[in-house]
Design a protein around this ligand. Structure first.
Ligand code: DOR
Ligand code: ZN
Length: 357
């Protein structure tokens, strides 16, 4: 029997399960199984489904779909109805909804996010902040254009007292802004994703649309700044931005191909290989970035019986054909990695166990 290491199950603040609306890409069951296979016992779904998660009805429906795979599936509320940027969602009703998230965090949703888009209207954004602050929910912002929007969000966090969580940080300039804002005590947290510290903008030249996502892969100096941000605590957590797409959506000229890559089943191994094997972080640091800290950000006290067993010793090659996700759109296919998830337990129940081969 190999030496297996037990750590708290991972928590992903950023996944796209496409359910309802795009079952050819993913659904809550396949997404939930992919999460379990990746060592995650809790995930936050982004609201860019169709219909969007923008009302108590759509939220309750998303919550019901999310229960299928046996892990904890939470949802973020959209900022505006149908994510059209006009009418604000009724955040009180969303927060009051009876969901899996509410049972564990006291909140019907894990946060408020327009992910996939940025809400550019500053007046509306200020109204979002006022509700978020009153309800105690984080404003999870898809910051694009990145540094400009982060600058606005830092100003709004200071002005309104709303807690911001900046999604998928990818640039050196953004890390610098967030470092300074945190030093001043602004109520702000942020995440990056494994591709931003593992890959650069050279990758699309090699792999085409399988390395296309929003925000795009950046330069080597950005990649190194992301690692530094993870090291010094500027970046609070690693999320996947798991964004499955069917092959046809990627088999288009680069400019027209869909944005996004799957990440749930590669996140731990890519992070462990790049950051811990790479000598930048300890395993305990990585567990903080993938389990403890993301849980804290959404007010989740992770139960002791949510855990993962890891094989950290045996290298393997990433095989997209074996993913439980419906998505095969990964730039990590064939990468040799360490850090295999052998078993995932949620609420004391095994939700994933790797079959011996
Ligand atoms: O690459 C991305 N894909 N970035 C996003 O923010 C949205 C996501 C999607 O929904 O496909
Ligand atoms: Zn996203």
């Amino acid at each position: 029997m190999k030496n297996l290491v037990r750590v708290p199950a991972f928590v992903d603040l950023h996944v796209h399960f496409r359910d309802p609306g795009f079952p050819e890409k993913e659904d809550a069951f396949s997404g939930g199984r992919a999460a379990a296979a990746g060592g995650f016992a809790a995930v936050c779904m982004m609201p860019n489904t169709r219909p969007a998660i923008d009302s108590p009805e759509t939220l309750t429906d998303a919550d019901r779909r999310g229960r299928a795979a046996g892990i904890r599936v939470f949802a973020a509320s959209a900022m505006t109805r149908a994510q059209e940027g006009d009418a604000l969602v009724d955040f009180d009703a969303m927060d009051g909804a009876d969901t899996a998230c509410r049972a564990l965090t006291g909140h019907g949703v894990c946060g408020i996010s327009e992910d996939g888009k940025t809400l550019a209207n500053d007046t509306l954004m200020e109204a979002v902040c006022a509700s978020a602050r009153r309800l105690g929910l984080p404003v999870m912002d898809h910051a694009e254009p990145e540094t400009e929007t982060i600058r606005r969000d830092i100003a709004l966090a200071k002005k309104t007292g709303a807690r911001f969580h900046i999604q998928h940080v990818s640039l050196a300039g953004s890390v610098a802004l967030l470092r300074a804002a945190k030093a001043e005590g602004a109520p702000i947290t942020c995440e990056t994703a494994p591709h931003y510290f593992a890959l650069t903008n050279e990758e699309p030249l090699r792999q085409g649309a399988n390395a296309k996502m929003n925000p795009p892969l950046a330069a080597e100096r950005d990649r190194l700044a992301i690692i530094e941000g993870l090291r010094d605590g500027t970046i609070d957590c690693i999320a996947t931005d798991h964004a499955p797409h069917e092959p046809a959506a990627k088999a288009l000229p680069f400019a027209e191909a869909a944005n996004g890559i799957v990440g749930l089943e590669t996140a731990f191994a890519v992070s462990y290989t790049m950051l811990v094997k790479g000598g930048y972080l300890s395993l305990a640091d990585l567990v903080r970035l993938m389990s403890t800290r993301p849980a804290e950000i959404i007010g989740l006290a992770p139960p002791d019986d949510d855990y993962v067993l890891l094989d950290l010793e045996t290298p393997y090659g990433i095989d997209a054909a074996a993913f439980l996700s419906k998505g095969r759109n990964t730039p990590f296919g064939g990468m040799r990695v360490y850090g295999r998830v052998m078993k995932t337990v949620c609420a004391g129940r095994a939700v994933y166990e790797r079959r011996p081969c």
